[in-house]
Design a protein around this ligand. Structure first.
Ligand SMILES: Nc1ncnc2c1ncn2[C@@H]1O[C@H](COP(=O)(O)OP(=O)(O)OP(=O)(O)O)[C@@H](O)[C@H]1O
Length: 607
């Protein structure tokens, strides 16, 4: 079978990115999204360098005092002045480092903010196929957790690393100017330390792909466990349902431990070698002094300064330790931002009408084909109904109209133009979509309805809610339109949520409404209210309805009957009934089910 999945190709670059981190990805992000942060970072690095130099002043002062002691030129004044200079240098150094850190943190937070916004915007422009198969925990991790990792690099790593390195290079040059042989003795361990650190980073980055997958699995497992809490409780399956979460936690701990085991021994050696140069300086210096190559003050200079000046490099330890994580996060962010958006011509296309025509449309989700050559016409201003057995592809057909997915083959036209040629803004402006599973955001009811038209005033808002038969139940709530909804609108009934979604669509006032009818509502009153709301919605508009309750579409201008991803029949209710085909069978089943439910309802009071 031909795979028609439109989203499957988009997933590839990111999947590859999961395997190995790109150590330059953070830099790439910083260059691309770091507007307003780069100058802060340059100043922060300069201030931090100055601070590190100032931190070395007391060491220099101690050396001068030692030299004075050796020369016998000390006096109380010298001690006091050197102590004062050291004090001023330490205070100034601490203050400058504080300012530098403040600036680098501001830069980091700006960058993280810019990345989160860019990710959120970009995700909204990706084809829905990209999201298929990705657990919601993963998307949350991508926007919330991954950018956070850059804080360690931008706020700490860059200023501390640059200042540490700059000072180290400057002091090394100074050491060479004083005595090149002793300078070699002072620095000989440092390149070794860095070589070990590079090996340690290589080791931990070999596991980072696995780490990434397990940490996403953990996020997904926890999010799902919490979201499915009601089911877990009802089926009393706390133990079993926890097992996936427990496994995810255990595997995550294992990989963290393995990474630490790979990194820590070499990392600890780095730490030791950076501070161990005194063990070379002392014996080498004593030997050279014995041979008369250097004098005592020079030895003192190297013992005091040479042994201390590499210390700022230790601040790089944490950065190196986290570098694999940071680079992996940046690589993932970069690969998502590089994923091509849903194609959009951006064109404003004049249309002669809004007839929607499916021409031999084929489509499949990632793992299987669902539509096999769909063809039908939904005329402007008419009510077209999509009906068929469960799983026949009705919701999929409806979702193709606002391009939630793009067709695999064939085409869909509006007013004679392929909908992929029409700019998304124009297409989305023309279509309002009411989903089967209404999603309401955390926020007030008013905000949720205004999702249809952000600038709508109160009058328009109430009019839309009235038309959607939602006004009465909203005003009956203690806080009315200002009632805050929890995530997904969990505090409302299914019917109430659907009516808010319809109010949203009415407020949007789009000429085409695509409605994926919810399969069941809690009570007949609610169902009647929704029916009225739908009638209101269809007034003067073109309506395409995925219908389950067939009496709602008896008057449809055209009923398209789907069966296993194909159009089985098309026509009006009476004609289709007369033909005695699939629709007639569906109608017979539906009316029989209605009769049973009516009988049950009539019997209820007697029980
Ligand atoms: N997001 C998805 N990813 C993968 N497969 C999907 C997805 N959505 C639907 N399907 C599959 O596509 C087929 C058609 O589903 P669709 O929801 O379009 O049917 P339907 O006629 O609307 O069903 P129902 O009346 O039960 O809502 C089914 O086999 C379903 O399992």
């Amino acid at each position: 079978m031909v795979a028609l999945a439109e989203g499957s190709n988009d997933a590839e670059p990111e999947r590859n990115a999961e395997e190995r981190p790109d150590f330059f990805a953070s830099l790439k992000l910083l260059l691309r999204y770091g507007d307003g942060t780069r100058h802060l970072l340059v100043v922060a690095a300069l201030l931090a360098t100055l601070a590190v130099v100032l931190e070395l002043v007391p060491v220099w002062m101690v050396w001068r005092l030692v030299v004075a002691l050796i020369d016998g030129t000390t006096g109380p004044g010298l001690f006091v002045s050197h102590a004062l200079i050291s004090l001023v240098a330490v205070v100034a150094g601490t203050a400058l480092m504080g300012i530098a850190m403040g600036m680098s943190h501001v830069a980091a937070f700006r960058l993280i903010h810019a990345l989160r916004i860019a990710l959120a915007r970009h995700l909204a422009r990706l084809p829905m196929g990209w999201f298929a198969g990705r657990r919601s925990g993963r998307a949350k991790k991508l926007i919330v957790d991954e950018p956070e990792r850059l804080e360690a690099l931008v706020a700490h790593g860059l200023p501390e690393g640059i200042s540490g390195l700059a000072t180290w290079i400057a002091v090394t040059i100074w050491l060479f100017v004083v005595d090149w042989r002793m300078a070699i003795a002072s620095i000989i361990l440092t390149p070794l330390a860095f070589a070990l650190m590079v090996i340690a980073m290589g080791r931990s980055s070999s596991l980072i792909g696995q780490y990434q997958k397990l940490s996403e699995r953990l996020n997904g497992a926890v999010v799902e466990y919490l979201a499915g809490m009601a089911v877990v409780k009802i089926f009393n399956r706390t133990g079993e349902s926890l097992s996936e979460t427990v496994r995810a936690v255990r595997d995550y701990t294992d990989i963290e431990t393995r990474m630490a085991r790979q990194f820590v021994p070499l990392g600890a050696l780095f730490y030791t070698l950076v501070v161990a140069n005194i063990t070379i300086i002392l014996p080498a210096g004593m030997g050279m002094m014995a041979m008369g190559w250097i004098d005592l003050p020079t030895l003192a200079f190297f013992v005091i300064l040479g042994a201390n000046y590499s210390q700022p490099l230790l601040k790089l330890f944490n950065l190196f330790h986290n570098m694999a994580h940071i680079s992996m996060a940046s690589t993932l962010i970069d690969s998502v931002l590089e994923t091509p958006e849903q194609p959009d011509t951006g064109a404003r296309t004049p249309l002669k009408n809004r007839d929607i025509v499916f021409e031999n449309v084929r489509f499949g989700y990632a793992d299987h084909d669902v539509l096999h050559g769909i063809g039908f016409t939904a005329r402007d201003g008419e009510l077209t109904a999509l009906v068929g057995p469960s799983g026949s592809g009705k919701s999929t057909v409806a979702g193709l109209i606002p391009r939630l997915h793009d067709v695999g083959a064939g085409r869909i036209t509006m007013g004679g133009v392929d909908i992929r040629e029409i700019g998304l803004e124009q297409l989305m402006g023309d279509i309002a979509f009411v989903f089967q599973d209404t999603f309401l955001f955390t926020g007030t009811i008013a905000e949720n309805i205004r999702f249809g038209k952000a600038q709508a005033d109160e009058e328009e808002l109430h009019a839309a809610a009235r038309a959607a038969r939602a006004h009465d139940f909203i005003t009956a709530l203690p806080e009315g339109y200002e009632t805050r909804l929890r995530e997904g609108g969990a505090s409302l009934s299914g019917g109430e949520r659907q009516r808010i979604a319809i109010a949203r669509a009415i407020l949007k006032d789009a000429p085409i409404i695509v409605l994926d009818e919810a399969t069941a509502f809690a009570d007949p009153d609610s169902e009647a209210a929704i029916q009225e709301a739908l009638n209101e919605l269809s007034r003067g508009r073109m309506l395409i309805v995925v219908a389950h309750r067939l009496h709602t579409i008896m008057n449809a201008d055209r009923i398209v009957v789907l069966d296993e991803g194909r159009v089985a029949e098309t026509g009006k209710h009476e004609t289709l009934i007369a033909e005695g085909g699939l629709y007639a069978r569906l109608w017979a089943d539906y009316t029989a089910a209605q009769a049973i439910s009516l009988r049950d309802r009539e019997q209820e009071p007697a029980q």
